[in-house]
Design a protein around this ligand. Structure first.
Ligand code: GDD
Ligand code: MN
Length: 385
């Protein structure tokens, strides 16, 4: 293949790294149709990457244009090794590309940056230098420190979205993101020793743009540091981000949050509660259309079940879906959801008649019991771990 590149001695993928020298840096740059940017990017990197520590550049490319050819052409003038890993299937998008790059990196330090020059190349040595000085495992280039700014975020709309996303992520992961003012940044340096465990253990499940969030939450670096930076305007071309990327971000947050069983159970409960909305809506529609109310109850319940199923599939168990065919999963899920209803009545009777509970506490206890049972059964019978 293209990796390892010419100058530095490099490990094969899957073998322990040989090393590119102490403090060496592998720069990982994801590219998607950046043909108008890569030559200028390499030109600027040539001007600012030092000979020591030794640096090398790995592009992880999902382009459909001539970006890889242009990189190879511009690489001929570079004093440092440059390689392109072109992926045939763009799994995981930007984040997936970065993780594939990390799996192939052999240096002590990994630096991730964009190809469109929104991330100033001269900060690469500074990020690594700050890590060496402070002993941090992760150094984030932040737009929110004094001296930093988001000048290149075009429009109030994008600024507001970025703010909201930052606030949401920090609210959901207060501990993992403590000390990181800009978890949405795509520009950072990380010690390879702090990520290799997660990479080889398959713990990383990147989904779209927020790769720093993925690494900060799943790798839990012991010490972090930050360096301010000014997010520049794009050199050429347009952002590759779409509305779909926003949806992916929310799914990514849910996937990260539901890594713990307790959080998963809470998510399951919240989704279950939200199911009342389609359930009542369907009941209203059906009874107004003239259906007898008990029959309508049964049918409307299925609307809630379907709603719950779709949310649980995308938000809670997205990486456990492959174990069964989707029709199998719907069937089992619907069976459990309806069994839940059937089980509740005899349980209430049991609590009232045998244990002498009042009707209300008995009902509440039955609700909690069937909820926990249904959660455990869904995990075990629909989405095998
Ligand atoms: N390999 C690969 N695959 N690269 C991709 C893909 C993909 O599917 N999508 C985008 N890229 C590359 C782009 O070619 C570019 O080099 C880099 O990832 C960033 O993409 P942009 O489309 O320029 O992102 P942005 O400017 O909207 O967002 C950047 O800034 C945000 C902060 O506001 C990114 O760094 C975000 O991660 C960051 O949150
Ligand atoms: Mn950009």
């Amino acid at each position: 293949d293209l990796w390892p590149p010419h100058a530095l001695e490099h490990p094969e993928v899957d073998t322990p790294p040989v090393s590119s020298g102490p403090g060496g840096v592998t720069l990982i740059i994801p590219t998607f149709n950046e043909s108008a940017n890569v030559a200028e990017l390499l030109r600027q990197l040539r001007a600012c990457l030092p000979a020591h520590p030794p640096c090398e550049v790995l592009f992880v490319d999902d382009s459909t244009d001539d970006t890889p050819a242009l990189i190879e052409k511009a690489a001929a003038d570079c004093p440092f090794p440059v390689a392109v890993l072109h992926r045939d299937s763009p799994a995981g998008g930007l984040g997936g590309a970065v993780v594939e790059g990390i799996a192939r990196a052999g240096s002590d330090w990994i630096v991730v940056m964009d190809a469109d020059l929104q991330h100033p190349p001269h900060l690469v040595p500074e990020l690594v230098g700050e890590g060496e000085r402070s002993g941090a495992d992760l150094v984030v280039a932040s737009r929110y420190l004094p001296g930093g700014s988001r000048a290149g975020l075009a429009g109030g709309y994008r600024v507001a979205v970025s703010r909201g996303a930052t606030w949401l992520a920090k609210g959901l992961f207060p501990r993992a993101l403590r000390g990181i003012s800009d978890p949405m940044s795509g520009f950072f340096a990380m010690r390879r020793s702090a990520v290799t465990g997660a990479v080889t253990g398959g713990a990383l499940k990147p989904l779209g743009y927020k790769i720093l969030l993925e690494l900060a939450v799943r790798c839990g670096p012991a010490k972090t540091a930050e360096v301010p930076f000014v997010f520049q305007d794009r050199f050429a071309g347009e952002s590759k981000s779409t509305a779909r990327e926003g949806l992916r971000f929310l799914t990514h947050l849910a996937a990260l949050r539901s890594a713990s069983p307790l959080a998963r159970m809470i998510g399951f409960g919240l989704i279950g509660l939200s199911g009342f909305v389609p359930n009542l809506l369907a009941l209203w529609l059906l009874t107004h259309a003239g259906m007898q109310y008990l029959a309508a109850e049964v049918v409307a319940n299925q609307a809630g079940v379907l709603w719950n199923f779709l949310l649980i599939e995308t938000l809670l168990f997205r990486d456990r879906r492959r174990h069964r065919h989707w029709a199998d999963r719907v069937g089992r899920f619907a069976l459990l959801a309806n069994a839940d209803l059937l089980l509740r009545i005899p349980l209430i009777a049991l609590f009232v008649d045998r244990f002498g509970l009042g009707v209300l506490p008995a009902t509440a206890l039955a609700l909690v019991t069937t909820f926990v049972l249904r959660f455990v059964a869904t995990e075990a019978l629909v989405y095998l771990p």
